[in-house]
Design a protein around this ligand. Structure first.
Ligand code: NAG
Ligand code: NAG
Length: 284
């Protein structure tokens, strides 16, 4: 017995309900990756129904539905309360939901589910993650240590970004050039009091750099070490230290006549070299 296409579709509908397996093309969400606490946020959901009738657009945060648009029903828009989510109905419609005054706990996965009407009931879900972040008022803190090793400086630095959720990114620059970090640590701080059960604890990034610096790097006798911490596009702050080139100055090259030895050598080593050079001349 052959199965006619309509029966087949009904079979699928009955088996899978609204989570039908037929693709509804081009469902796309535009959701900001990160926004600030108390911002007004627009979540966009665009779709191409390809001639089908729209049955519903539903928005979920995680598994919880918070907004539904069904053009055939009265009222066509419904809001289901979720703590921290404040839907502005006057600005929401079939393609967008506007959230006012977003709170930290609004951080999460957002899903838009679009379904077409009878007879096909195609359904498609698209999702995207949004962070709602508190912008710290503090700046990163840079610590620097330097040692004088074999004519070069060894600079060791660490930089602590202000606590945030999620943890910040840190970028290093020496004289304006990007330098890779040697290591990084993310420290979990104690839970925020208002959300004791919240897994999203504040985190602090500490980044480490260790770099040998020779005379080529000194520009005008100074090195600029910069630590820049960022939280998405919402926060950017830096701490800067300058290192002066206060290594012992080599003898003037006109006296030594031998740049390779003089550069970066201590006075004593240069003195010995000088004696040896004179000695070699005298022995000839
Ligand atoms: C950073 O460096 C300073 C000075 O060298 C040191 O006292 C401090 O403990 C370091 N901090 C971290 C988090 O490693
Ligand atoms: C850190 O940088 C990565 C790579 O550029 C980026 O994807 C991520 O969103 C950044 N995270 C933060 C908190 O800024």
């Amino acid at each position: 017995m052959g199965i006619n296409p309509l029966m087949w579709k009904w079979f699928l509908f009955l088996s899978f309900g609204f989570k039908g397996v037929f693709p509804l093309r081009n469902v796309q969400v535009t959701i900001p990756k990160a926004v600030k606490v108390y911002d007004t946020v627009t979540l966009l959901c665009k779709y191409d129904l390809e001639g089908e009738q729209l049955y519903s657009v539903k928005w979920y945060k995680g598994n919880k539905e918070f907004f539904r648009y069904i053009p055939k029903e009265m009222p066509s828009m419904l809001v289901f309360p979720i703590p921290g989510i404040n839907v502005d109905l006057s600005k929401s419609n079939a393609n967008e939901v506007v959230l006012r005054d977003v709170q930290r706990e609004v951080t999460g996965l957002y899903r838009c589910e679009v379904s077409t009407d009878m007879p096909n009931f195609y359904t498609m879900i698209v999702s995207s993650y949004m962070y709602v972040v508190d912008i710290p008022s503090e700046n990163p803190i840079l610590h620097i240590q330097r040692e004088f090793v074999e004519g070069n400086y060894l600079v060791r630095a660490n930089c602590s970004a202000p606590p945030s959720f999620p943890a910040m990114n840190i970028t290093w620059y020496i004289n304006g050039l990007k330098v890779n970090e040697n290591g990084r640590k993310i420290i979990n701080l104690s839970p925020i009091q208002t959300f004791p059960m919240d897994k999203r604890r504040l985190r602090m990034t500490v980044s480490y750099v260790s770099k040998e610096i020779n005379e080529n790097v000194f520009q005008g006798g100074v090195i600029k070490v910069q630590c820049v911490s960022t939280l998405f596009h919402l926060y950017k702050s830096e701490d800067v230290r300058y290192i002066d080139d206060d290594r012992p100055k080599p003898w003037p090259s006109s006296v030594i006549g031998f740049n390779g030895i003089s550069a970066g050598s201590s006075f004593f080593v240069q003195y010995i070299c000088w004696i040896v050079i004179i000695g070699v001349f005298m022995l000839r």
